[in-house]
Write a protein that binds this ligand. Structure first.
Ligand SMILES: C[S@@+](CC[C@H](N)C(=O)[O-])C[C@H]1O[C@@H](n2cnc3c(N)ncnc32)[C@H](O)[C@@H]1O
Length: 345
C-alpha cells in the first residue's frame, strides 16, 4: 500500500522578528504570550483532556478544573496559534498538538512544558549571567536545593530520549560479542533499557548525578531489568566506572562539560573500552556562522551550566588525541535532532 504523504502543518509563528520599528514590542510580547499559553495548557492538562475527542468549552473547563471564562480566553489564543481548532462549537487538538503534546501521540513533550515553566523564572537571571560570563547558580546545584527540578528535567530528557531511541537503534551497530554498556549521564535510563531489551546479551551501568536518578531505579525495576542495569550515582568526572566496556553512551552530555573535562572523559572512555568497542556521542554541533537555534542553546548553557556546544572538528580532534581509530559523523533527520558521532576503539 502506498505510504500516506505527511501533511506539513504551518502554525502561526509569532517568534519571527517583524522588522517593523512601529511594532517593535510585538517581537517581545507575542513570543512571551505564545510560550505562556502553551505552557499553561500543559500545566492544566488541556491538550491531554482533548486527546480522546473534541469538547465544548464548558466540558473542557470542567475537565481541567478551570473557569469557563479563563478556558475560553486561553483556547481562543491557542486556536489563533494553530494548537487547537474548532469542530462546530467543540474544541479539538490539531494533529500536531495531538502528536507532540498528548499521551496518544508519537512523543509527549508535556514534561518539556512543565520544565519550561521552571526555566522561565531562571531566564530572569540572563542579564546577570551575561554580565558575569557564568551562571549565578549552576543548574545541578539548583537541583540539589530544589529536588523537584531534577525530576522535571529527567522527565523532559526522557521525552527527548523516546524520540531519539529509534535513531540510536538504527545507527549504533552492536556486535554479537558486546556484553557491557556504560551510559554516562544516563539519567532516566531509557536508552540503557531500550538497548538491554533489544540486545539480550547486554548488561548496563548508568552514571549520573543523584538528582537525575531519583526515579530511574523504579523504571528499571518496572521493566524487569534490575539484574542487568546498575546505577552509579555521582559526578562522572570523579566516579570509577570500571573497565571492560564494549559500548559507551555519552548522549547530550558533552555540552554540559568544559573542553578540558571532555578531553579527560574521552581519554578515560578510551582506556576503559575493550578493543573493538564503540563510543556513541549525541550532540548539537556548533558551526560558523551559528544558526539561531545553536545561538539560543549556547545562551541557555551560559545561564544553566556555564558551558557551550562544540564543533565536529573539536570532537574529532579530542577523540583522535585520545586514541580512537576512526570517527564517523551521522546527522539526524530533522537536523534539529542533532548528530551522532561514532568513535571506534
Ligand atoms: C542533557 S541531559 C541528557 C540525559 C540523557 N543522556 C539523554 O540523552 O536523554 C545531561 C545529563 O548529564 C548529567 N550530568 C551532567 N553533568 C554531570 C556530571 N558531572 N556527572 C554525572 N552526570 C552529569 C545530567 O544530570 C543529565 O542527566
Amino acid at each position: 500500500m502506498a505510504k500516506k504523504p505527511t501533511t506539513l502543518i504551518r502554525k502561526s509563528d509569532f517568534s519571527q522578528p517583524t522588522g517593523s520599528n512601529e511594532l517593535a514590542m510585538l517581537d517581545v510580547y507575542m513570543p512571551m504570550m505564545k510560550s505562556s499559553a502553551i505552557i499553561a495548557a500543559g500545566r492544566l492538562g488541556l491538550f491531554e483532556a482533548l486527546a480522546v475527542g473534541p469538547l465544548s468549552v464548558a466540558k473542557l473547563a470542567a475537565k481541567i478544573d478551570s473557569s469557563n471564562k479563563g478556558t475560553a480566553a486561553l483556547t481562543d489564543f491557542l486556536i489563533a496559534l494553530g494548537y487547537l481548532e474548532k469542530h462546530g462549537d467543540h474544541l479539538a487538538n490539531t494533529a500536531s498538538t495531538q502528536r507532540w503534546f498528548t499521551s496518544r501521540g508519537k512523543v509527549d513533550y508535556t514534561p518539556g512544558l512543565l520544565w519550561t515553566h521552571e526555566a522561565w523564572s531562571m531566564m530572569g537571571g540572563l542579564a546577570e549571567a551575561v554580565r558575569g560570563g557564568h551562571p549565578e547558580n549552576i543548574l545541578w546545584n539548583a537541583m540539589v536545593e530544589k529536588p523537584h527540578l531534577g525530576d522535571l528535567f529527567s522527565s523532559y530528557m526522557a521525552a527527548f530520549a523516546s524520540d531519539l531511541g529509534a535513531d540510536l537503534l538504527k545507527h549504533v551497530p552492536v556486535q554479537a560479542e558486546y556484553r557491557q554498556l556504560l551510559d554516562l549521564g544516563g539519567s532516566h535510563g531509557l536508552h540503557a533499557i531500550r538497548f538491554c531489551h533489544h540486545y539480550p546479551q547486554l548488561n548496563a551501568a548508568i552514571v549520573d548525578l543523584p538528582s537525575a536518578l531519583t526515579k530511574t531505579g523504579k523504571t528499571i525495576k518496572n521493566e524487569g531489568l534490575s539484574e542487568r542495569i546498575d546505577l552509579i550515582p555521582g559526578d562522572l568526572q570523579e566516579q570509577n566506572w570500571g573497565i571492560n566496556h564494549d559500548l559507551v553512551f555519552y548522549l547530550s552530555v558533552a555540552h554540559n562539560h568544559t573542553v578540558d573535562e571532555n578531553r579527560l572523559v574521552f581519554q578515560r572512555i578510551f582506556n576503559s573500552l575493550n578493543p573493538g568497542g564503540l563510543l556513541v556521542i549525541h550532540e548539537y554541533l556548533t558551526k560558523t556562522p551559528k544558526n539561531a537555534l545553536d545561538a539560543a542553546f549556547r545562551l541557555t548553557l551560559l545561564l544553566e551550566t556555564g558551558t557551550q556546544t562544540y564543533s565536529y572538528d573539536d570532537y574529532s580532534n579530542w577523540l583522535t588525541e585520545a586514541g580512537f581509530k576512526s570517527v564517523e559523523l551521522v546527522h539526524l533527520d530533522p537536523r534539529e535532532k542533532g548528530s551522532f558521532i561514532l568513535a571506534r576503539h
